[in-house]
Ligand binder design. Structure first.
Ligand code: GLC
Length: 557
């Protein structure tokens, strides 16, 4: 890539990309959660060299790119989403040289690399925050964060009523030895102070961070909490209790001012050609409001969480597909499809749950345990379904093995701050972050050189380990490989859909010469006998009928 604007394509696959022909528009992107992908040095924690050892697995899936969750220096108060230095690698994960080697290796394999940028907050161990705490109210050091005087006679009450996403209040009072210590805002954990995005120094710093990684050759950034950077002026109390909503609203979310920031970043990316992209993690429920993030001069993609939240409900899935596609068409962007990530209950478990809230609360040993076989059938069907839709698709590490959530983790191993901050009321996200099983014959299922894994693996992982599925017809791994290959061959990600009439609970559409049917009803659905099955789970079609909880791709050429 040159800085002149002529994009030299690193993978040799696409031509120079613009808003209209950008590589991301129909890409399949594989999320690597570095803590849990693979451990090269035996400390039980994944690392960059572990990723390098298994990059061929990702290549064999046929995906276009990887997205790496944070690997920066961090005290890991929120598993790395608390960044202490934006321009380095946490020694636990490796070095900058390891990162460069990983990047080069990925590019050699034709994989683009997207990294995670966490701009809403830093770690409390970041040099800026340490300086802020020891500086006086009103100082430039404090002005990089959101410090306020408290309410009450002694300033002993938080400045407003905002709650942290992880439970409890969003304010912590500093201990700075002054008479009336100030409070600082943290929408997440106490150790994740929110930055002040009204401050030009903050704006300049992050542009510089983008340039730092773009110069090293990264192909894009996933923007953490993209809907949270700007807060409503005056920080008014939040008048609605939306803490239980999937996509909370309030004076701290989705403020119009965020868009100016992304326009600035768009310009920085274009200094490096047309290829680099930004994908927004923005929990914004109105599809038209979410589409604002992907206008032609802002980001390139935004995760479509509305579809993820539709669960196993055919009419809701269809409603979300139609709405998000229509909203994105207005701004000329494609949509993304995502079923799992490091924040939600894995879809091989979630789709078997009747509790619509299970995705966010997590599942613990005391909760009703989901039906693993049903969950896996539905997960495979749902994945096939999204892979046939036009737009980009995201895969979370381990879903290609059909991994379930770990639903019986003991409390004492849990690390998600949510669990602690809610006194265990919210189980949290550890269950979807368990180290991957690579080899069923080895201790720790081959996650690392010995049995160390930072979270214990459930018994079910052995049977799902990569070695048990590699080359095995009918395995989830082979189904992913086949579906991604056919998707590419038939350019489904770049196609269009026409819905076919279908009964309640069944979704049926045609994309080019491929027909996709998903049966989320309780009854078998008769298919036309003349059509050839391109891909399906082994047991999906019986006597010409598509069984419940399955999906099939048919050739209608
Ligand atoms: C995003 C991340 C999540 C993290 C939070 C705070 O939602 O995906 O893992 O806890 O931001 O950074």
């Amino acid at each position: 890539m040159t800085a002149s604007g002529t994009a030299t394509d690193v993978t040799g696959r696409a031509e120079s990309a613009t808003g209209e022909d950008g590589w991301w528009r129909d890409a399949v992107i594989y999320q690597i959660y570095p803590r849990s992908f693979a451990d090269s040095d035996g400390d039980g924690m994944g690392d960059l060299n572990g990723i390098r050892e298994h990059l061929d697995h990702i290549e064999s899936l046929g995906v276009d790119a990887v997205w790496l969750s944070p690997f920066y220096p961090s005290p890991q108060a929120d598993a790395g989403y608390d960044v202490a230095d934006y321009r380095d690698v946490n020694p636990t994960f490796g070095t900058l040289a390891d990162f460069d080697a990983l990047l080069a290796q990925a590019h050699d394999l034709g994989l683009r690399v997207v990294i995670d940028l966490v701009p809403n907050h830093t770690s409390s161990e970041h040099a800026w925050f340490k300086a802020a705490v020891t500086s006086l109210p009103g100082s430039p050091e404090r002005a990089r964060y959101i410090f306020r005087d408290g309410k009450g006679a002694e300033g002993e009450l938080p400045p407003n009523n905002w709650g942290s996403v992880f439970g409890g209040t969003a304010w912590t009072r500093v201990e700075d030895g002054t008479e009336r210590p100030q409070w600082y805002l943290h929408l997440f954990d106490t150790r994740q102070p929110d930055l002040n995005w009204e401050n030009p120094e903050v704006i300049a710093e992050f542009k510089d961070v983008l340039r730092f990684w773009l110069s090293r050759g990264v192909d894009g950034f996933r923007i953490d909490v993209a809907h949270g950077l700007i807060k409503e002026k005056g920080l008014p109390d939040n008048l609605q209790d939306t803490s239980q909503d999937a996509t909370p609203t309030g004076p701290m979310w989705n403020q119009p001012g965020v868009h100016e920031i992304y326009r600035g970043w768009h310009r920085v990316l274009r200094e490096f050609g047309n290829d680099p992209m930004l994908v927004a993690e923005a929990w914004v429920s109105d599809p038209s409001a979410l589409a604002f993030y992907v206008r032609s001069d802002e980001m390139q993609q935004a995760f479509n969480f509305n579809f993820l939240l539709a669960g196993w409900d055919a009419s809701e899935m269809r409603r979300q597909i139609d709405q998000t596609r229509a909203a994105n068409a207005v701004v000329g962007a494609t949509t993304t499809w995502v079923l799992s990530n490091h924040d939600v209950v894995r879809h091989a478990t979630r789709l078997a749950m009747t509790d619509r809230n299970a995705w966010r609360h997590g599942i613990g040993p005391e909760d009703p345990q989901p039906d693993a076989a049903l969950g896996l059938d539905r997960a495979r069907a749902a994945t096939m379904f999204i892979l046939a839709l036009p737009g980009g698709a995201y895969i979370y590490q381990g879903e290609e093995l059909g991994l379930p959530e770990h639903t019986t983790l003991p409390s004492d191993v849990r690390q998600d701050p949510t669990f602690r901050r809610t006194g265990g009321k919210v189980i949290g996200r550890d269950g979807c972050r368990v180290p991957l099983p690579w080899d069923s014959t080895r201790p720790g299922l081959g996650f690392g050189p010995d049995e160390n894994t930072w979270l214990p693996q459930p018994d079910s992982f052995a049977g799902l380990a990569a070695d048990r599925q590699n080359g095995v017809p009918g395995s989830t791994l082979e189904l992913y490989r086949a579906a991604i290959a056919i998707r590419r061959e038939r350019a489904l990600g770049d196609g269009d859909i026409a819905w076919n009439p279908s009964p309640d609970g069944v979704l049926d559409f045609t994309n080019g010469t491929t027909r996709i049917v998903l049966n989320a009803s309780a009854d078998p659905f008769p298919l036309e006998a003349v059509e050839t099955v391109l891909a399906s789970s082994d047991d999906a079609v019986r006597d010409g009928e598509l069984l419940p909880n399955h999906a099939v791709w048919l050739d209608v050429d």
